[in-house]
Design a protein around this ligand. Structure first.
Ligand code: 3EB
Length: 343
């Protein structure tokens, strides 16, 4: 028996589907709670999309979330959200050419509204955040745009009284070539359990060499979903040991190091739950800076996991810039397994 998810809360479920499968789910009339689309059309209100080129053969994909059938949608400032009273999915798209604000100020405004939307819906706890920034490695007037983003994001967390260090949500931050500043998030009524990676310095403790403000995220988070299930949300994971990039310029060894980091995060998570998570059973998104590297990354995954691994057949490959100029690949993931969090 799980006691932490409030009584009466519908269990949250997720499935990774092709675009046609996702549209078929929606066509049954039982409109899904919400989805995060990869390379999907940008006109589906329930499926905010990530504006990055899909490199995997299956083409456009979506992570479709299901909760109760009573989904309310609304807006809070710049946030569009869907909420069933227990779980919430939110999306922000801010076009910098329209907003005429620097990226730090824009990020701060986006996160201010994000926290206001959590308050409005009562889903006070962030389970996972996905950040997509146009030209992430570009110069934003003397400071790299990712570093500007980190400034505004941390300011907003501190201003809202949200955990900006220990207890920060699981997240990723990737660069898209063009489009709006996009933030997507999943929230619930129960705080998740943050997980760090013993091989890496916590990102919120990165030294100032990486920018005036540290990135605001935990390496992973565990959350009970109801129905006896636990979710593991693994943040963007790359070839970083301690706080330093390793294997600069080498996509194959960067991928191998990334897998070691994923293993370490999964092992740390497994210590905190009766659920069993496994590198070979993840829904991954693999971001590659250079399209030509995608087959090499795939070969490393296949060699490490075996050709029949679930992780391999369910991975979505996207072309994206990684937040550090010297990183060529980043992998994020989620998984759901039956179990409970340790008391
Ligand atoms: C790293 O480990 C790689 O700024 O939200 C990974 C996940 C990274 C999330 C973020 C950045 C973020 O530092 C970059």
């Amino acid at each position: 028996m799980t006691a932490r998810v409030p009584l009466g809360a519908p269990p949250l479920r997720v499935e990774r589907l092709s675009l046609p499968e996702s549209l078929a789910v929606a066509a049954t009339g039982q409109s899904p709670f919400g989805a995060l689309g990869y390379g999907t059309p940008d006109d589906l209100a329930w499926m905010p999309t990530v504006n990055a080129r899909v490199l995997s053969e299956a083409g456009a994909m979506a992570d479709v979330w299901h909760a109760s059938e009573h989904v309310e949608s609304g807006t809070t400032g710049v946030v569009r959200w869907r909420c069933d009273g227990h779980w919430m999915l939110g999306a922000i798209d801010l076009d910098e050419s329209v907003e005429k604000q620097g990226l730090a100020a824009l990020a701060q405004r986006a996160y201010r509204d994000l926290f206001a939307s959590l308050e409005q819906t009562g889903c006070a706890h962030l389970l996972r955040v996905w950040n997509y920034l146009p030209q992430i490695n570009g110069d934003g007037g003397g400071l790299e745009r990712y570093r500007q983003f980190n400034l505004g994001r941390q300011d907003a967390f501190v201003e809202a009284g949200q955990a900006a260090f220990e207890g920060a949500p699981a997240a990723c931050a990737l660069g898209i070539h063009q489009g709006a500043l996009c933030i997507r998030f999943l929230a619930g009524r129960v705080p998740p359990l943050p997980i760090e990676n013993p091989r890496q310095v916590s990102a919120y403790r990165y030294p100032p060499a990486y920018g005036p403000r540290a990135p605001t995220f935990s390496r992973a988070a565990l959350a009970e979903l109801g129905g006896g299930d636990v979710a593991l949300f693994i943040s963007g994971t790359a070839s970083i040991v301690g706080h330093e990039t390793v294997h600069v310029g080498e996509v194959i060894t960067q991928t191998q190091e990334t897998l070691r980091n994923l293993e370490a995060v999964i092992a740390a998570a497994n210590e905190r739950t009766t659920a069993r998570f496994d590198l070979a059973r993840l829904d991954c998104v693999v971001y590659v800076r250079h399209v030509a590297d995608a087959p090499l990354v795939r070969q490393v995954l296949e060699a490490a996991l075996g050709p029949a691994a679930y992780t391999l057949s369910h991975a979505v490959y996207l072309e994206a810039d990684i937040c550090r100029q010297d990183l060529l690949v980043e992998i994020e993931a989620h998984a759901v397994a039956s179990g409970a969090l340790h008391a």
